[in-house]
Design a protein around this ligand. Structure first.
Ligand SMILES: Cc1cc2nc3c(=O)[nH]c(=O)nc-3n(C[C@H](O)[C@H](O)[C@H](O)COP(=O)(O)O)c2cc1C
Length: 383
């Protein structure tokens, strides 16, 4: 029996090798991926770091989330600085995820994270072409997220012109939670399966000096990790499994929605979808998604994280600002899921394709023991 009173099965696993990035030797080659809005904050990132993996804070809408927690207004810079400092205070490696699409807060978060001594900045949802130019990263490793070898090549060429090379790359396939880096109609192509994307991305990483390749999207258990490491991956990034841990800052309702989700409940929101234009994974029953499907929610954009600049450089453009036909406001839905404006807005739950396999709450310690094959594998009560 484990601490929750559930049956457990002892699984003898394969020992996982450490992951080395920019001279930092990470004992467990598991990166807990950044999860916004307000899902992966310092309590989760710090706990993963203490267990020997890498804890990653999400920077999406972090200024609002931390302002609410602290009861005073924090800038994006201060929020990033504080969350990195808290994540690292008990030891281990921690960093931040920065979405390129969130243009207005982007540079301030890079600066806050580097100043706070982040071990890693992991950046995707767009091509992080400017990342090494914003501030001298010092000891902070800069890691782009890509979904194709071509995207990695573009980034390498641009960064090389700035005298920098990626310290590692995260290759994210189509089974991940959050936004996906594929066109909707290309999600199910055989060539886009993570297993098939890996060899050409590894080759590209070798061509540009040989840096670690970390795979993400749909990795669920110890055997998945071992399988990808045997293929030549240097580490894995996982999000979905960490949502339903005690340390995760998702609301209890969010965690329960993941536990309750069946395979057919996890769908790609597309038309209406995210105003970023990227496919976005959701739990079908999420209130905000249901309202979007029925076009019930009036177009509102009062948070503005997804705003793009107009021709004059004024940030006032968002596809879900004026009309609801193709997209809906994910800022408000995701903030609601993070407990930001309960009752005022309906929640929007995002999760990876394998989320339906999760059947109960656990702790980071138990999950990391299961994933590394050093501990107990939690079993369904019914077995
Ligand atoms: C709830 C949730 C929120 C996420 N938010 C972000 C995000 O803000 N930025 C990002 O780059 N990736 C985000 N991701 C992707 C994760 O960082 C990670 O790469 C992905 O979850 C890996 O796939 P998995 O969920 O199948 O483990 C999110 C994933 C989930 C499940």
């Amino acid at each position: 029996m484990n601490s929750e009173g559930h049956q457990v099965e002892v699984s003898a696993g394969v020992e996982l090798p450490p992951l080395v990035i920019k001279g930092k030797k990470i004992p467990v080659p598991i990166i807990q991926g950044g999860m916004g809005v307000g899902v992966s904050l310092s309590p989760l990132a710090g706990a993963v770091a203490q267990e020997g993996g890498v804890g990653i804070v999400s920077s999406a809408a972090l200024d609002r989330v931390i302002s609410k927690r602290n009861g005073r207004k924090c800038s994006a810079y201060e929020a990033a600085y504080e969350e990195i400092s808290l994540s690292k205070q008990s030891g281990g490696f921690a960093g931040i995820n920065i979405m390129v699409a969130l243009l207005q807060t982007h540079d301030a978060i890079v600066e806050g994270a580097i100043d706070a001594g982040a071990d890693f900045i992991i950046s995707g949802a767009g091509l992080p072409l400017r990342l090494p130019l914003i501030k001298d990263p010092g000891e902070t490793a800069l890691i782009p997220i890509v979904s194709s070898p071509r995207a990695l090549e573009l980034i390498c060429k641009k960064w090389e012109r700035a005298g920098y090379r990626p310290d590692a790359v995260v290759l994210e396939g189509p089974l991940a939670g959050g936004h996906l880096g594929f066109k909707f109609e290309e999600l199910n192509l055989e060539s886009n399966r993570l297993e098939n994307l890996f060899p050409p991305v590894k080759e590209m990483a070798e061509k540009h000096g040989g840096f670690p390749v970390i795979v993400a999207g749909g990795i669920y258990d110890h055997s998945d990790i071992v399988r990808f490491l045997k293929m030549g991956a240097d580490g894995v990034q996982m999000g979905t499994r960490f949502i339903v841990t005690r340390e995760c800052s998702a609301t209890d309702a969010y965690k329960q929605a993941v536990i309750d989700a069946r395979e057919e409940d996890i769908v790609v929101a597309h038309n209406p979808g995210s105003p970023s234009g990227l496919p976005f994974m959701v739990i079908r029953q999420s209130g905000m998604y249901q309202s979007a499907l029925s076009r019930k929610r009036k177009p509102v954009c009062d948070k503005g994280y997804m705003l793009r600049p107009d021709r004059n450089g004024v940030f006032n453009q968002c596809d879900s600002k004026l009309e609801n036909s193709n997209s809906f406001c994910i800022c408000n839905g995701l903030l609601s899921s993070a407990g930001y404006n309960p009752g005022l807005e309906e929640p929007l739950y995002t999760v990876g394709v394998n989320g339906y396999r999760i059947d109960r709450l656990t702790t980071v310690k138990e999950l990391m023991a299961e994933l590394t094959g050093t501990g107990c594998k939690a079993m369904d009560n019914s077995t």
